[in-house]
Design a protein around this ligand. Structure first.
Ligand SMILES: [Zn+2]
Length: 216
């Protein structure tokens, strides 16, 4: 029998779209399907904080964290590669995103039942793959996930480019403002010089040249 928390005892794979987040194959594929559907529906890629947990990590948590917040080593669904902890905003019952996510997750065979029953306030983020899904992951969801990842990366690249452009425009604008400001300084200097050298009678013409200026 597979021992809870011992990676070599499980057929672990990365959750597609989440490098390093390992779960047992079926749970990983189903979670990816749920994430892809949520992503397509809301436009936001769900974040995953933790999936498979080794026995060493579980022991560490149990020993260092608040009592009752972590399962006894050897009993966690994380140690079976069947649980995933979701990131914000899917970590609070108060967030509307949680409800949307919860409905989708259930269709893919994941639920928060264990999470809700944990501690005084529950663990909204904790999802366990329990099987019997309405939706089954096929190659299509994996393609969807790959496409969404490509789109996200392309958007990030474009955003970086746009920011660079924006920075360049800002630099140009700063240069123009500097030139204009130097121009004004020069005009002020010329006005001062004019006041010094032009006879008072001729200065009348200056008022005529600026019709907007109210007559004094
Ligand atoms: Zn958890």
């Amino acid at each position: 029998m597979a021992r809870n928390g011992y990676a070599q005892d499980f057929d672990l794979i990365d959750v597609p779209g989440y490098p390093g987040m390992k779960m047992v194959r079926e749970a990983a594929l189903q979670l990816a399907g749920a994430c892809a559907e949520y992503w397509m529906e809301t436009g936001d890629k769900p974040g995953i904080l933790e999936t498979f947990r080794t026995i060493a990590t579980q022991k560490h948590y149990a020993a260092t964290m608040k009592p009752g917040t972590f399962a006894r080593p050897g009993t966690s669904n994380h140690g079976l590669g069947r649980a995933a902890d979701m990131d914000r905003p899917l970590n609070s019952y108060r967030n509307w995103q949680w409800g949307t996510w919860n409905e989708i997750a259930k269709r893919w065979g994941l639920n928060n039942d264990q999470g809700r029953a944990t501690g005084a306030n529950g663990e909204p983020w904790h999802y366990v793959y329990v099987g019997n899904p309405q939706n089954r992951a096929t190659g299509r969801e994996m393609d969807d996930m790959a496409n969404l990842n490509d789109t996200l990366n392309a958007t990030r690249t474009e955003l970086t480019w746009l920011r660079t452009q924006q920075d360049q425009e800002a630099a140009k604008l700063a240069l123009v403002l500097q030139i204009v400001s130097e121009g004004f300084t020069r005009v002020d200097w010329l006005r001062a010089r004019m006041d010094e050298i032009v006879p008072p009678t001729l200065k009348m013409a200056d008022d005529v040249l600026e019709p907007d200026k109210p007559a004094s």
